[in-house]
Design a protein around this ligand. Structure first.
Ligand SMILES: Nc1ncnc2c1ncn2[C@@H]1O[C@H](COP(=O)(O)OP(=O)(O)OP(=O)(O)O)[C@@H](O)[C@H]1O
Length: 705
């Protein structure tokens, strides 16, 4: 089966939308076998499915991802490759207002923290004003040589300074709480829209090239966005009020000339900083992508450390890690360079502010406005004007400084906005699929799984099976065989609703979630206790599982020795269960879950491939005793004897179904659909070595019965 594999390169390698889809601000999904009517939210659930069988796609050439017609005549468009920059535009405003809507929703505490922080900031500003004018009072009392007033001022100023310190700390505390709460609110929101049945699978397995590292966006970008927000809120809450107050104060002392100079200066700085921010937003976006890939690579090393070591792949791993680091550092360096002009502007603004304050007071002095005033009063006025105008420029410089925070915020907003849009799009897409090809809504009242005239393709548009019809009956074990890549697992994916069909219908037993359990080749080992492992994914049921239940199923799967490994069933292990158990033991634990739940169907995708033959036989024997019907995907011919039916895929979209009456030799694996069919039956020989039963050869009369 010739498959086209698309090389997926990290989006940061293509600044400005090099690979189109990866950096598109509005992700455009690669078309699949179902209509992508994104944005069409008016689709009525009651829409007739009269066109559903008109696609007539029967060969692969018609399944090009670029563009094709679906069953309802909808025309797919290829992803648009356009240059997209991440900047402060309408899209940014749309995204940030959506994030703010989530942050300031009724359920969130962010609103209350924001109000509390605003009040504290106002209170603190009063204290700051008092502290700022203290030097001018000292000028006055010292100029007048008034010792009593001096000591009174000393006490007051010490107390005020103490209050100012306290005020700053409270504001810092409230800012940190605000950032924490913002992170909680946004992360919970993303968990809700991201970890959803099927959508989660789909975005992670099929849309990696459109949305890189959604995990990083959720675990890191939200935190950084919350932090940038905290820093901005701190300065932005008070700046407008302070600017108004100090403008008035400045006007009182210098006339219109003071505020005019400061405002002119601010407008100039604001315009230049705005010009310098846009490239930074872009650079932050790509730096974050590079950061995500670097981390992802290290996570993969951890995950595949044994395989890498066995294949002596450390050198390759190091090269890949070095390359990824280099990419990350490049994008970081790019960011640093782009930040230099902005930093220069910020620093200059704050230094020039102090000089400007003296220029402002110099003008009325030289114009003779304060002629004849005593020296001590003039010193006090110079000091106060200096403070007022410096504080006014400081508030403006805070706003300019916010520009840097704002560029961070804009970068993270882009990444989170993209993820939200992707999830929205996918969710609409899946809703449409659910309307056209309802999966969980097509439930049969009898205990069977039916696939009726089902045609489906890979996400890349390659046809896998066409017109597949089969009824999986309870009590009839079925094995699915075929060459690699022929679509065995894909049939299970369709059955489980992970992949949509482009034609036909999947009809499931009424209590589908309870009656059908899927066991993959590599079962998911959850973190937690042995009890929780057993009831996975129903953690809430853990308390109802008795120790006797656990013991019983552990015995059934021959994992009693686990009792010696674990201290008790409720001990939480810091070590990953994947490391505590061998692959075969993990598969056995998955069977323990199965035997605990006792569904009607067990859908096994090479779920016993890591077990020894005796254990494998025992698993199928227990399934039969517990009335669990197996639908098994496998490559081992010896598994056929546990089944009554065989579905053979030919790897070209075709398939055959036959009764199993003449199994093949055990040593022969399924290289193709016809391999071994009709081979003579073998006899069973069971030898015992050191009290360990070793099943060496098996035939139809295997002691499985
Ligand atoms: N997420 C995906 N995106 C695109 N193509 C995919 C995806 N997953 C699987 N495929 C393709 O679908 C085809 C069928 O895959 P499937 O896993 O069903 O094969 P299989 O018969 O179970 O193979 P094996 O015997 O190796 O387990 C393969 O050619 C594979 O490349």
């Amino acid at each position: 089966m010739a498959q086209k594999f698309k090389a997926i390169a990290p989006s940061f390698l293509y600044p400005g939308g090099g690979n189109g889809s990866s950096s598109s601000s509005t992700p455009s999904w690669r078309p699949w076998s179902t209509p992508s009517r994104t944005g069409n939210n008016n689709t009525s659930r009651s829409r007739q499915r009269t066109n559903s069988n008109t696609s007539g796609r029967t060969n692969r050439s018609q399944h090009q991802p670029q563009q094709h017609h679906n069953h309802s005549g909808f025309r797919y468009q290829p992803p648009v490759k356009k240059k997209v920059e991440y900047k402060l535009d309408r899209l940014f405003l749309k995204r940030i207002s959506r994030l703010f809507e989530i942050l300031f929703s009724k359920q969130s505490k962010v609103t209350w923290l924001y109000i509390g922080m605003t009040l504290f900031c106002c209170l603190n500003e009063g204290i700051v004003y008092f502290v700022g004018t203290i030097p001018s009072r000292y000028y006055k009392v010292l100029g007048d040589k008034d010792s009593a007033a001096f000591f009174r001022l000393l006490v007051v100023s010490l107390f005020t300074v103490f209050l100012a310190g306290l005020g700053k700390s409270v504001i810092f505390l409230m800012g940190s709480l605000l950032s924490l709460e913002a992170r909680r609110t946004l992360t919970l929101y993303f968990h809700r829209i991201y970890i959803q049945p099927k959508l989660f699978y789909r975005i992670l397995t099929m849309h990696d090239e459109e949305i890189d590292n959604p995990d990083q966006r959720i675990t890191q970008d939200i935190e950084k966005l919350a932090e940038a927000l905290r820093k901005m809120v701190e300065s932005l809450i008070i700046s407008p009020l302070a600017i108004a107050f100090y403008t008035w104060q400045c006007w009182q002392m210098t006339g219109y000339i003071g505020p005019l100079c400061i405002y002119g200066y601010f407008i100039f700085s604001a315009i230049t900083s705005r010009l310098l921010i846009n490239p930074i937003v872009d650079a932050i976006f790509f730096k974050e992508s590079a950061e995500g890939y670097f981390r992802f690579l290290h996570v993969r090393f951890r995950q595949f450390t044994e395989s890498i070591t066995f294949s002596r792949g450390e050198g390759e791993a190091k090269m890949a890690a070095d390359d990824s680091l280099e990419n990350l550092l490049c994008s970081q360096l790019n960011l640093i360079y782009k930040e230099v002009p902005l930093n220069f502007l910020q620093q200059s603004v704050s230094y020039f502010g102090s000089i400007l304050s003296y220029v402002i007071i110099a003008i009325p002095i030289f114009l003779g406005l304060y002629d004849g005033m005593p020296a001590s009063d003039l010193s006090a006025i110079i000091s106060k004007t200096s403070f007022v105008s410096m504080y006014l420029t400081y508030q403006f410089s805070q706003i300019i400084k916010c520009g840097a925070e704002f560029s961070d915020l804009a970068g993270y907003t882009s990444r989170l906005g993209q993820l939200m849009e992707a999830l929205d799009m996918l969710s609409t897409e899946m809703e449409n699929i659910a309307i056209d090809y309802p999966h969980e809504e097509s439930l049969s009242m009898d205990s069977s799984i039916r696939l009726e005239n089902v045609t489906f393709s890979t996400p890349a548009g390659e046809l896998i099976v066409s017109g597949f019809t089969h009824r999986f009956e309870a009590g009839v074990n079925t094995v699915i065989v075929g060459p690699n890549g022929s679509g065995k697992t894909s049939i299970l994916r369709v059955m489980g609703g992970l992949w949509p069909v482009s034609k036909g219908q999947v009809i499931l037993p009424h209590q589908y979630r309870k009656d059908v359990i899927f066991l993959p080749q590599t079962p998911y080992m959850t973190y937690g206790t042995l009890r929780e492992q057993l009831v996975y994914p129903h953690r809430e049921m853990a308390s109802s599982v008795t120790d006797a239940d656990i013991l019983r199923v552990l015995k059934l799967v021959r994992l009693e020795h686990l009792l010696e490994t674990v201290e008790d069933f409720d001990q939480v292990y810091t070590l990953d269960w994947n490391k505590m158990l061998s692959p075969g033991e993990q598969q056995k634990l998955a069977f323990a879950r199965l035997f605990y739940v006792k569904p009607i169907f067990a859908v096994l995708d090479e779920a016993t491939c890591s077990m020894d033959m005796t254990s494998e036989k025992e698993m199928f024997r227990q399934c039969r005793l517990l009335n669990i019907t197996c639908i098994t995907v496998c490559h081992q011919a010896n598994l056929e004897k546990y089944h009554q039916q065989r579905i053979a895929l030919d790897g070209h979209g075709g398939w055959t179904c036959s009764e199993i009456d003449s199994p093949r030799p055990r040593s022969q694996s399924f290289g193709g659909v016809s391999s071994g069919v009709g081979a003579p039956a073998l006899t069973t020989t069971t030898t015992t070595t050191d009290n360990v039963e070793v099943d060496t050869l098996a035939g139809p009369e295997d002691d499985f019965e």
